[in-house]
Design a protein around this ligand. Structure first.
Ligand code: HEM
Length: 435
């Protein structure tokens, strides 16, 4: 269990977390305990134990986040809850992100991707991760608010950026600190959202985006959602959508750049679609996005390799017995997704980037980039669609090279290539290639 209070926190945070966990796993097996950030924790590295906690006995474990994070996102956001409130909100989020709603977003998503790529090609070196964050934020806004007017969008963006800096800053609420500034920006975000809601109510528009679902909701007793419940959940969705998607996109660019043969094959797959659409004059169809098998496998393999959500936390709400182990009430449990994704028993030569491994479906409960069970990611189809759309426009019209030869990883807290993968982009026709 390490030292009192600090426990093994320093060991975990000072190195690649995977090394810490796999060393433990070798020594102690599929379940072991440690002490992190002041809490006793049980780590789970087997698909069965993970399934027990997240799926079959999910009601015995509640979500668990640091208080400072809960305050910044908003205590009403669905991921902090269990039971009835959680499932009501979850249904609304899922309806706004179901396949039927998603295919209507494709043209606007394409416009966002094209405008991002054009802006990169006009510049020297960009920080890929930062640019991907802007892109995934714009797609997040699109799925929450539909087409929002420019001034609201800019206003949300500016204030959300300040909130974003506060998520991982030290939580001291003293004027002048990053955390304090973030809390103030958080208040302004709520104000902007109230204005957007007011305008919608004035115009009596009923949109089928997430905000529309929230505004239209009534529970069995006829109660509607409060402004706080709506704004906490919108900020929650924007938060869940941004760094996750952006870090996966950044890793994909790195993996493709590292393997030029694979990049050529992906480009060939996308160019065939591009030509069928008369050189991009017609928009991508839903059917086309569902039929990009190689690109899709590259995305799955990137999700596995990068495992950007390396693990999650729950807390036992009662004493729980699993397989002869006692998990005492109040202890944290941590399903270790990345360990499972990098276990050679489930994925042979786990450190090789090999999309063809997904020609065969992985064993049940061994592939969980979007989690599992009651809190599994409702945005997973949106994220995959957004990535497919970006790759389509990237490889058919642009080229890029990574600047520098760093091979390190930064944890912020999601793993991203060092320095956010500095890269240079250019339009293909300007340099190498003309039709
Ligand atoms: C590649 C990108 C993404 C990854 C890897 C990812 C991963 C995850 C994971 C692992 C969870 C479960 C966490 C847990 O059980 O503790 C989760 C939950 C969630 N994700 Fe995602 N996500 C991504 C993109 C998105 C997007 C684009 C959205 C929304 C538009 C979104 C919205 C959510 C929400 C609202 C939850 C909480 C669900 C609940 O508590 O019921 N995510 N995500």
């Amino acid at each position: 269990m390490g030292w009192p209070y600090l426990g093994e926190t320093l060991q975990l945070y000072s190195q690649d977390p995977n090394i810490f966990f796999s060393a433990k796993q070798k020594r102690y097996g599929e379940i072991f305990k440690t002490h992190i950030l002041g809490y006793p924790c049980v780590m789970l590295t087997s698909p069965e134990a993970t399934r027990f906690v997240l799926v079959s006995h999910a009601q015995l474990f509640k979500p668990s986040y640091p208080k400072s994070k809960e305050k910044m996102i908003g205590p009403h956001a669905l991921f902090f809850h269990q039971g009835n409130y959680h499932s009501q909100l979850r249904k609304l989020v899922q309806s706004s992100l179901n396949l039927n709603s998603l295919h209507k977003l494709i043209p606007d998503m394409e416009a966002i991707a094209i405008s991002a790529l054009d802006s990169w090609a006009g510049r020297e070196v960009i920080n890929t991760f930062h640019e991907m964050k802007k892109l995934s934020f714009d797609v997040g806004i699109l799925s929450v608010f539909g087409l929002l007017d420019e001034s609201h969008r800019e206003n949300l963006k500016e204030n959300y950026c300040i909130v974003d800096k506060g998520y991982n800053s030290f939580p001291t609420n003293i004027p002048g600190t990053t955390y304090h500034r973030a809390l103030l920006a958080r208040k302004r975000l709520k104000q902007i959202m109230s204005e957007i809601i007011y305008e919608r109510e004035e115009k009596k528009i009923m949109e089928k985006d997430l905000l529309g679902y929230f505004l239209n909701f009534k529970d069995e007793k006829g109660r509607v959602l409060s402004k706080d419940q709506i704004s906490d959940n919108i900020i929650g969705v924007l938060f869940a959508a941004q760094d996750t998607t952006a870090s996966v996109l950044t890793w994909i660019l790195k993996y493709l750049h590292n393997d030029q043969k694979l990049l050529e094959a992906v480009t060939a797959e996308q160019k065939a679609i591009y030509e069928a659409n008369e050189g991009g004059r017609r928009p991508l169809t839903w059917a086309q996005t569902r039929n990009m098998p190689l690109t899709y496998r590259v995305i799955l393999e990137s999700l596995r390799m990068a495992s950007v959500i390396s693990f999650t936390f729950r807390e036992a709400v009662v004493d729980v017995e699993y397989n002869g182990y006692l998990i005492p009430k109040g202890w944290k449990v941590m399903p270790l997704f990345r360990n499972i994704h990098h276990n050679p028993e489930f994925f042979s030569d786990p450190l090789d980037f090999d999309p063809s491994r997904f020609e065969v479906a992985p064993k049940p409960n061994t592939f969980m980039p979007f989690g599992n069970g009651a809190h599994a990611c409702p945005g997973n189809e949106l994220a995959k669609l957004e990535i497919l759309v970006l790759i389509h426009h990237l490889v058919t019209k642009f080229r890029w090279e990574v600047v520098g030869s760093q091979s390190g990883i930064e944890y912020g807290p999601f793993p991203v290539p060092q320095h956010g993968l500095p890269a240079r982009f250019w339009k293909e026709s300007n340099h190498h290639y003309r039709h």
